[in-house]
Write a protein that binds this ligand. Structure first.
Ligand code: PLP
Length: 355
């Protein structure tokens, strides 16, 4: 049918393919950095009470005051910083991009990193500048200085730790980027719960840096909740482009309750960190694969033939992320999320069979 869509839709959107989420029914799901553990059973009755009290007939609390306070308390957000919430941190990336999208403005990030930085830049009509990482996935500071000088980015996104590589970038390199940047620098700490380092205590010292986190990797991926913490001058502007009522009543109720039991969530993350070191140790004993260090709840590995290994894992009902095609530096790589001990063991055994 001639719907005229191709004539009307912007060419850069026509050129995209939709974000692909494979069906995972019946699979051991190690592809999306979800926490494999369910919400603690002893807390479920309390959670249900909270959800039962939420009014479905009313619009949500537009500013989500109770939830923002629960986040502040749980995560010790410094008083100098204001908070705005997003329907996942993906929505926050979009709010920032929408607010910064002057004609000709650029969004800078690194390659390989989180794909939504590039995609959302494209959605919002920003020029995307992807500075390649070095072959050991570090920031190439010389290339970054040159890119900042040349493109004068309105906003720069730095994932700390980085996805899909799992490493923390050099802290001094990030400080220098913040200092050199004419625009805003967003430190994306999606994996803070698994990381040995954070910018939380330092972010308020910079006039042009903000910190983004999500509860997705912490065991609450189904709620869709992220937040941005920064100086009120920044947060006020981003709050203006936030769609009204973006955090629904059930998410507000469930997340506020869950964050009052933040210790239980952190305890699960701590278990996953132990599992991560076990898995790293075992993977390093398998000949012919390269295992990259990780400060997140996933591990990147390089195998001799990733396509073959990925398919063999699939046939054994194990779903990981095949990252090979997404960047030159990621040739023959797979990204595996840390699962339960049984899931990790199933992965290792299938991997051994297929290498
Ligand atoms: C998973 C991830 C996010 C997105 O988190 P949501 O809150 O689920 O939208 C953001 N940044 C990075 C680097 C991620 O890996």
């Amino acid at each position: 049918m001639n719907t005229r869509a191709t004539g009307l839709i912007r060419p850069e959107i026509l050129a995209l393919s939709a974000y692909a989420v494979p069906s995972s029914a019946g699979f051991i799901k190690l592809d999306a950095m979800e926490n494999p553990y369910a919400f603690p059973a002893d807390l479920k009755p309390g959670l249900m009470e909270h959800l039962a009290a939420a009014s479905l007939n009313r619009y949500p609390d537009a500013s989500a005051g109770e939830l923002r306070e629960a986040i502040r308390q749980a995560m010790n957000i410094p008083d100098a910083l204001e908070i705005v919430l997003g329907n996942g941190s993906d929505e926050i990336i979009q709010m920032i991009a929408v607010a910064c999208a002057k004609p000709g403005a650029a969004l800078l990030s690194f390659e390989p990193s989180f794909v939504m930085f590039r995609l959302i830049a494209t959605f919002c009509g920003l020029d995307y500048v992807g500075v390649p990482l070095t072959k050991d996935f570090a920031i190439d500071i010389v290339a970054t200085r040159a890119a900042i000088e040349q493109h004068q980015p309105a906003v720069t996104f730095i994932a700390y730790p980085n996805n899909p590589t799992g490493n923390l970038f050099d802290r001094d390199a990030i400080r220098e980027i913040i200092m050199l940047s004419p625009g805003l620098v967003v430190i994306d700490e999606a994996y803070f719960a698994f990381s040995s380092d954070s910018f939380l205590d330092e972010i308020a010292n910079f006039p042009n840096a903000v910190l983004m986190r999500t509860v997705s990797k912490l065991g609450l991926a189904g709620l869709r909740l992220g937040f941005l913490a920064g100086h009120p001058e920044w947060i006020r502007e981003f709050d203006k482009v936030r769609l009204p009522y973006n955090i629904n009543n059930l998410t507000q109720a469930a997340a506020a309750f869950a964050l009052r039991h933040y210790d239980a969530l952190l305890a699960q993350a701590a278990i996953l960190c132990i599992e991560r070191s076990q898995l790293l140790k075992v993977l390093r004993t398998i000949p012919d694969i390269t295992v990259f260090p990780s400060e997140a709840n996933f591990i990147l590995l390089r195998v001799p033939e990733s396509e073959k290994t990925f398919k063999a894992l699939l046939s054994r009902k194990i779903l990981v992320k095949h990252t090979s095609a997404s960047h030159d530096l990621l040739g023959n790589t797979l990204r595996v999320t840390i699962g339960t001990p049984a899931e990790n063991a199933a992965f290792v055994s299938a991997l051994r069979d297929t290498i």
